[in-house]
Design a protein around this ligand. Structure first.
Ligand SMILES: [Mn+2]
Length: 322
């Protein structure tokens, strides 16, 4: 049986389902969770979508965003579904709740660092979790409507960088067409997600880009945002979303890095590759994880120390490049 059919079977057999999104939620985890929520509600099931963090303002347009709760609900559940996450640590304080459920289904496209769930639908070649959820819904014979299509297309659009990243394949454009025919408005999704930034977030972007630095060989470009930058612009870590893609956009840069000192002594790093360098490999060596072209890790050190350590590890992969 295909993993999509197996997932569909487990969902069909459950009547009370909790769906979990990852910390620092993005459109793929939230869109996937909400598409599943609508489908299961339509089938007459009790569904609770959960997220350990509040949704960023640019995802509140997603149909059903108001249904997402931050705390585990009361009552018994037969099934937990985790979407777009590769380890229980990614649901943070909700982990004990999901771990205690009788069954756990994981639908994801990240390289797993934990075998979470007794039923797993993992496809690392997928560009988004949303397209895997689409396959599960199709296996369940759930009809697409505007709500479900909007949630899935939001995940697909953002995880392919608006169909520009190297993970974009013809099947993604075909799926986007299918979702648009079901009522999803792609230009509204793009506007809501990408052109909804606060003034503080835009000013933070300006600071990050004005401090861009480059290694001597030009392969790696990085920006560092200090705790002071956050304080002086009145912005939050969620406002750094997307900045790393501007960093990588420098001509000939193979790797783009964004360092954020989210609080003194705590640094989070986003790594992006154009495709020749496997940044999942780099992040794993530094205790993090992710995809070949997009990964992350964190440090409990100063900003300078985090930059030095990361550049040394990235150098092992870029030194051999021409
Ligand atoms: Mn994803």
């Amino acid at each position: 049986m295909s993993p999509a059919k197996k997932a569909a079977q487990v969902l069909a057999a459950s009547s009370r389902v909790a769906v979990g999104c990852h910390v620092n939620p993005d459109a793929d985890t939230v869109g996937s969770a909400l598409a599943l929520t609508w489908a299961l509600l339509d089938l007459g099931k009790h569904v609770e979508p959960l997220c350990p963090d509040p949704l960023p303002a640019n995802l509140l347009f997603l149909p059903g965003a108001e249904l997402i709760r931050g705390a585990p609900p009361g009552g018994a559940f037969d099934l937990g579904v985790l979407v777009d996450l590769e380890g229980l640590d990614r649901v943070a304080r909700l982990a004990p709740f999901f771990e205690a459920l009788p069954h756990l289904l994981t639908i994801d496209h990240h390289r797993p660092h934990q075998e979470v769930g007794d039923v797993r639908f993992i496809n690392m070649r997928a560009a988004s979790t949303a397209e895997l959820v689409y396959r599960v819904l199709r296996a369940m014979a759930v009809p697409l409507d505007e709500r479900i299509a909007t949630c899935l297309l939001a995940g697909l659009v953002t995880d392919t960088g608006g169909f520009r990243f190297p993970n974009t394949r013809p099947q993604h454009l075909a799926l986007a067409a299918r979702l648009m025919r079901a009522g999803a408005d792609i230009s509204r999704i793009a506007e809501e997600v990408y052109e909804n930034r606060s003034l503080a977030a835009q000013r933070l972007l300006g600071r990050a880009l004005s401090g861009l630095q480059q290694t001597k060989d030009g392969h790696t470009v990085w920006a560092a945002i200090s705790y002071k930058d956050f304080q002086e612009t009145g912005s939050l870590d969620a406002d750094t979303d997307g900045i790393v893609n501007h960093v990588r956009a420098v001509a000939n840069a193979e790797v783009g890095l964004l360092f954020r000192e989210t609080r003194p002594g705590r640094v989070r790093v986003s790594l992006r590759s154009r495709g020749r360098v496997d940044v999942a490999h780099v992040a794993q060596a530094l205790g993090g994880g992710g995809h070949k072209n997009a990964s992350g890790c964190s440090f409990n050190t100063s900003l300078e120390e985090a930059v030095r350590t990361t550049l040394a590890e990235v150098g092992k992969s870029t030194d051999s490049l021409p």
